[in-house]
Design a protein around this ligand. Sequence first.
Ligand code: UDP
Ligand code: MG
Length: 320
Amino acid sequence: MNHQTRISVIIPMYNEAEVIAETYRRLTDVMRSTNESYELLFVNDGGVDRSPEIIRDLALRDKSVKLIDFSRNFGHQVAVTAGMDYAEGDAVVIIDADLQDPPELIPDMLDKWREGYDVVYAQRVKRKGETLFKKWSAALFYRVLRASTEVPIPVDTGDFRLIDRKVCDEMNRLGERNPFVRGLVSWTGFRQTAIEYERDERLAGETKYLLKKMIKLCLDGLTSFSHKPLKLAGYAGGIMSAAGFAYMLYAVAMALFTDNTIRGWTSTVCLMLIFNGFTLIMLGVIGEYIGRIYDEVKGRPLYIVRETLNTRRVPARQTN
Ligand code: UDP
Ligand code: MG
C-alpha cells in the first residue's frame, strides 16, 4: 500500500465527457487547497463516449489521476465498490461525476474526519434542477427504507460521503453482488455524522439514472436491508384468510337459509381478481429475493476491468 496517499476520491462516471474535465478542475482546486496528498480515481462504468480518453490525457500530466476502465456497464453502485477496492488513501471520498455534489464540501468532511468521525455523509436539504417525480420518488424511497429496516440508513443521503480507511476495509470484505453502498456503510457502524448541503443541478448532460436503474437501486436497498416485504405476504395472507373465512360462513348461511344463492357472480369475480393479483405480486416479491440469492450463489466477479492507469488493485483487500 502506498502510504503517501492520504485522501482517495472515487468518481464513478458513465458517459460524462461533457462535464468530466470541469469535474477534474474543481476537484483538483479543492484537493490542492487541503495540502494533503490525494488521488482521483475515475471509474469508467462502461461508458462509450470520450470520458476515458479525457482522463487518459489528464493522467499524462497529473499522476494523481487514475483510471479504472470497466469492460462494460456494471452500474453505479458497482463502480463505487470497485473504486473502494482500488483506493489507497486513509480517507476515501465518493462523489458523483456530474458536479451535483459540490467538491467544495470535501474540506468540511475532512475536518469532521480529523475530529474523529469515521463516516461523514452529505445530507441533501434541497435538490435543485431535478424533476418533481425524481424529488418525490427519492423522498418516498428513503422514508419507506427507513420504516422497513433495522439499520439506521439516513434519509435524503446519496453516496456523496467520506469514509475512513477502516470502513473502506470492512466494505471490501463484504463482496455483495448487488451492493447498496449507502446502506452498507451505515451497516458497518462506526462513528457517523452528517453535513448538510444543497444539491446542485447537473452541470451538463442528462441523468444516467433512468427509471429502470432507479427501480433496481430501490429494490436492492429494500431487499438487502429488510425482510419486511416477504413478511407482508404472511400478514396480508392472514387478514385475507380471516376475511375469506367470514365470507364463507356468510355464503354457507345464505345457501342453507335463503334461496338467493345464484347471484354470486360479481363477488366471485372480485375475489378471484383480488386474490390472484395479490398472489402474483407476492410471487414477484419472492422472485426479487430469489434472484439476488441466485446472484450470490453464482459467485461471479462483481465487475471486470478492461484496463487501469496509474493504479492497481490493492491485493490485501481483494474481495472473494
Ligand atoms: N453512473 C455510473 N453508472 C451508471 C449510471 C450512473 O457510474 O450506470 C454515475 C454517473 O456518471 C454519475 C453518478 O453515477 O457520476 C450519478 O448518476 P446521475 O448523475 O446520472 O444520477 P442522478 O444524480 O440523476 O440521480
Ligand atoms: Mg447526478
